[in-house]
Design a protein around this ligand. Structure first.
Ligand code: ATP
Ligand code: MG
Length: 618
């Protein structure tokens, strides 16, 4: 059930926001009370989203104050704030039901029974008119899914599920037809009045019906305030300034017209000092919140205009305790709504659903089948003889490099699609980063490893690389190589935002490894012989080759060519053991050193991946 929030008042005063290059917002003030629908209007680029971001604590402000019930609006209180972003950011492969189910399970406290959470989803779905597309995938630019309007309502639905006390909504009606926009705004207005919620919404071009639902209105133009006060009094205010609105005209259209840059600058010139905060005493729709049962005094702080006052709420004395603050004691003040186990379980579930389609992409499977068939035909039942060492080196190298690239691409692309969603969820305080990271790794692991598993199995047996023990070594090391590349790709994906650059970095690492790893150039200059140890591919390659060649027959130099075994030189009486042959192709250490190195490097990459996520605040 939606809870009835206790009365509260959100005040923001003289907010200034700037970047290095320009001032985005100058001296913007206003307030919103529970039960109210505060609309923020202004032309595009006026600073509406910037203001919501500041209120939500997503971007810092240079000066000014934001208070809740007279106290600075802090991080703990912001946990009861919902923010519907202007952009609808979702995971594309999930259906609407899955998206809402995930949100409900992760953001509604564990104490609420699952059945109740599900009922709540249905209630919200019905009220937003989303029942008919409940099992449609959200979709993205590559695959069609929910329509723009449905995505917008889904976005609002997700926030409504969390039952916030203050709901900030950026452009709820954009992309909706006027009748749907009207019914959505009506629901929001009812939600505000019936459940005593505070709703702050930016709106571009409301119909006159929607306009009349607004309790208070804040008009912005080029980052500055043009008006703040009761929506019903705005036309009166501008009429006083010499700009009457025709009674048959939609007030919203009229306001946007006068706020367009050329008209507004003229307006500013003509009426310097007249565009003011307008919230007269008698006009305030806020019912002051109660402190120990008595109403808070309204204190006039600013008298810039004869009949204009900014009403501020201030506690009567320092030691007064707010009787029932917006954040109740106990569960709502906890850092997370759900336990780490619930978060891990649900994130695992979501990540699996999202990644399944991406990893088992038809063309990727076809590509793997094609390469496996090609390699198997070329190396079919290869002899276990001294003359096929080069062929086996080639086959092992191709398999390792192919799967290194596949892991890199799949992981990086997956991360790119998810980054915005995780940032949004994290900004809303939905889950711990550690739960997300663990869930992502563990859910993707079986999916990512299943295709190379089949590929390596097919290639090993078709090429006849060895017996059963060799198969497990080949498969195990192939798997470790995949994990090493996945963990590397996690770091690249997090640290380098630009996917093209992160792919390039991965290519350099893999191809650099191929060049320097000791298997393409087996006779590097002496001073560069150590370089192979800093390549990643060298380790799985060397481990597999050690095992494959461990039982090979001795090589009699008089029966072979120095082209194949350069160690033979001109001395045809020499005999090379498998150890000599391995040394000849740059494999110098015992197999366990290679395996241990892969395990250590992979573990380090996984640990670093977590700290990179933390550092980059994804
Ligand atoms: N990080 C930033 N760096 C530079 N300029 C910025 C930045 N963020 C916003 N702006 C600029 O600040 C202005 C206000 O942006 P904002 O997104 O708040 O506008 P808006 O009123 O929400 O517009 P719209 O109705 O188109 O969504 C714009 O001119 C925008 O280009
Ligand atoms: Mg905006």
């Amino acid at each position: 059930m939606e809870t009835i929030s206790s009365s509260s008042r959100l005040d923001f005063k003289n907010l200034v926001v700037s970047t290095k290059a320009k001032v985005l917002m100058r001296d913007v003030s206003g307030s919103a009370c529970s039960g109210d629908l505060l609309a923020i209007m202004g032309p595009t680029g006026a600073g509406k989203t910037t203001l919501l971001n500041v209120l939500a604590g997503r971007i810092p402000f240079d000066s000014g104050t934001i208070n809740l019930n007279g106290q600075p609006f802090n991080k703990t209180q912001r946990r009861r704030l919902g923010y519907v972003l202007q952009d609808d950011i979702f995971l594309s492969n999930l259906t609407l039901w899955e998206t809402l189910y995930f949100t409900a399970m992760i953001r509604i406290p564990d104490q609420v029974p699952q059945q109740e959470k599900i009922e709540k989803i249905y209630r919200i779905v019905d009220s937003l008119g989303l029942r008919k597309c409940l099992h449609t995938a959200v979709g993205d630019i590559f695959s069609r899914g929910l329509s723009g309007g449905e995505r917008k309502r889904a976005n609002i639905g997700c926030e409504l599920l969390t039952d916030p006390d203050i709901l900030l909504i950026d452009e709820p009606t954009s992309g909706l037809d006027s009748s749907t926009a009207h019914s959505l705004m009506k629901q929001l207005k009812d939600y505000a009045t019936q459940c005593n919620k505070t709703i702050v919404a930016t709106i571009h071009q409301p119909s006159s019906q929607v306009f009349h639902m607004f309790s208070t209105l804040l008009l912005l133009m080029e980052g500055k305030m043009a008006y703040f006060g009761l929506a019903s009094k705005v036309t009166e205010h501008f009429a006083r300034l010499g700009m009457p609105c025709n009674q048959h005209y939609n007030p919203a259209d009229f306001l946007l017209e006068i706020l367009t840059p050329d008209i507004s600058s003229k307006l500013e010139e003509e009426n310097t000092g007249k565009i003011q905060i307008l919230l007269g005493k008698e006009e305030s729709s806020c019912s002051p919140y109660k402190i120990n049962g008595s109403n808070v005094k309204k204190i006039t702080k600013d008298r810039r205009h004869e009949d204009v006052e900014l009403v501020l709420v201030k506690p009567l004395s320092e030691d007064i305790v707010v009787e029932k603050s917006i954040i109740g004691e106990g569960e709502t003040t906890r850092r997370w709504s759900t336990s780490i186990w619930t978060q891990f379980k649900m994130l695992n579930w979501r990540s699996y659903k999202q990644s399944k389609g991406r990893i088992f992409e038809k063309f990727d499977l076809l590509q793997a089948a094609f390469i496996a068939s090609f390699a198997s035909i070329l190396f079919f039942q290869i002899d276990d003889s001294i003359n096929t060492v080069r062929d086996r080196m080639g086959l092992v190298t191709i398999s390792l490099i192919y799967w290194s690239f596949q892991m890199l691409i799949t992981t990086l692309l997956g991360f790119t699609g998810e980054r915005a969603v995780v940032s949004k969820d994290r900004a809303a305080g939905a889950y711990r980063l550690s739960a997300y990271y663990l869930a992502k790794i563990t859910s993707e692991m079986p999916l990512l490893l299943s295709v190379p598993f089949v590929f390596n199995t097919a290639v090993y047996w078709l090429a006849g690389l060895g017996g059963v023990d060799g198969y497990f070594v080949y498969l195990g090391i192939g798997t470790l190589n995949c994990l090493m590349m996945q963990s590397l790709a996690h770091n690249l994906g997090v640290l380098i935002k630009n996917v093209k650059l992160s792919m390039m970095a991965g290519n350099v690492i893999i191809l650099g490894g191929l060049l320097l790893g000791g298997f393409l150039n087996i006779n590097p200059p002496d001073w560069l012989k150590w370089v192979k140890y800093i390549t990643l591919v060298h380790y799985p390659y060397s481990a597999i080759m050690t095992y494959i060649l461990k039982d090979m027959d001795d090589v009699w130099c008089n029966q072979t060519s120095p082209d194949f075994y350069s160690q033979c030189g001109n001395n045809t009486t020499d005999v090379l053991t498998s150890r000599d042959v391995l040394m000849g192709i740059g494999v110098e250490l015992p197999i366990y050193c290679y395996i241990m190195t892969i395990v250590i490097v992979t573990s380090l990459f996984y640990i670093l991946g977590y700290y990179s996520l933390k550092l980059k605040r994804v």
